[in-house]
Ligand binder design. Sequence first.
Ligand SMILES: NC(=O)c1ccc[n+]([C@@H]2O[C@H](COP(=O)([O-])OP(=O)(O)OC[C@H]3O[C@@H](n4cnc5c(N)ncnc54)[C@H](O)[C@@H]3O)[C@@H](O)[C@H]2O)c1
Ligand SMILES: N[C@H](CO)Cc1c[nH]c[nH+]1
Ligand SMILES: [Zn+2]
Length: 418
Amino acid sequence: MLSKTQFIKQFEQDRIADERNTESVKNIIEDVKTNKDQAIFKYNKKFDNVDLEQIEVPQHEIKNSINLISHELKSALETSHKYIKAFQQKIKHENVTTGQTYQLYHPIEKVGIYVPGGKASYPSTVLMTATLAKVANVKEIIVVTPPQKDGIDPAILAACHITGVNRVFQVGGAQSIAALAYGTESIPKVDKIVGPGNQFVSLSKQLLYGVVGIDQIAGPSEIALIADEHSNVDYIIQDILAQAEHDEQARTFLLSTDQSFLSKVNQKLQQAIDLAPRKNIIEKSIKNFHYPILTTDINETIEVVNYIAPEHLSIQTTEPDLYIGKIKYVGAMFLGQYSPEAIGDYAAGPSHVLPTDQTARFSNGLTVNDFLTSHSVIHLDEHAYQEIAPSAIALAEEEGLYQHKQSLEVRLTNNKES
Ligand SMILES: NC(=O)c1ccc[n+]([C@@H]2O[C@H](COP(=O)([O-])OP(=O)(O)OC[C@H]3O[C@@H](n4cnc5c(N)ncnc54)[C@H](O)[C@@H]3O)[C@@H](O)[C@H]2O)c1
Ligand SMILES: N[C@H](CO)Cc1c[nH]c[nH+]1
Ligand SMILES: [Zn+2]
């Protein structure tokens, strides 16, 4: 287990060692920009080992997918969709006015959604993205997801059908992000790309920001857990493994002021890993990116969590409320032992697409509002103008911008020619 100082040193070293593949992603982007569909076919074969001539999923397959899944799964998708929709409708920004100034919101026209599919299938990600786009009234919703040997998982297509996705393309990784950013013969260019993915997806989104809008960096998953002597060791272990099973690069942090609790977790962790069906992924994630941290008191715990700015924070101490308002930088917070992170992954309502890699310091989890653009409107009457203009004139003078001053002064009542 690590002290605060040891942890920060170790964490920073690991981040440097975990060098991202910038050059190879840049090459993929350039290739797709130049060679369009031909490059997509090539990378589908190279990275996903699937040889496709037709990358768009036909509309009738999307529609029919609902008949290919079990009744229980259909009902789970629909129920989860209902909770997500209800939450997003509540938090959607509405137009605001002070009387003569306004802030107006409009849906983005065309949105691309990345649904991961390398190491697991993610129908829940369709729900956690497309539902929000639909609540925002986005006109065209386009999903890209890595091609699979036996075709796209019907559960993904069923989620697309339930949420109202317009088109689905079988392409993943950096090549799919470049295709949505520039457009190809098959894939339309979009205004904004949202959705989580592995390091290649996250990196390509970063590199293409500006050519296209992006939501945030939602890369390899992370969880920080805060526990005390009363926390349940088995719950904590399961929550650590649940995040580690996403990716060898998933990061898990366990913070406690109780040394004996950390030791108990440590003693039982390997046994739990050995029983896990996705042991090969989990073992690597825990070996390289699991951090048990012994803090001196609650203030130090808060300081370390704000430093990590984790994607998820689960507080399973006796009084989780003590941390509210003091921990500011997290993607999503889960309080108590009956709000495990996995309930948020699937059904609670807020989106599971959340910022990772310390980006929660300046960005937030995906919401319906990420699918809206917003602009102000100024429409003053003469009376309001006469009141505000003198301040504007003084500032224009201070900045030495003579024509600004003139354009303001010419409208002052005293100066107006009748
Ligand atoms: N933060 C969030 O909101 C959130 C939500 C869900 C999932 N996730 C994360 O999404 C990720 C899903 O990853 P995944 O791998 O299962 O699926 P993925 O779809 O993100 O990645 C698979 C794609 O990666 C590309 N790829 C693989 N190896 C490559 C290489 N060597 N060079 C270039 N490209 C390569 C391929 O094109 C492949 O299609 C995980 O890291 C998971 O933790 C994050
Ligand atoms: N925990 C992931 C976000 O990091 C989301 C997810 C989807 N399915 C299961 N989990
Ligand atoms: Zn998860």
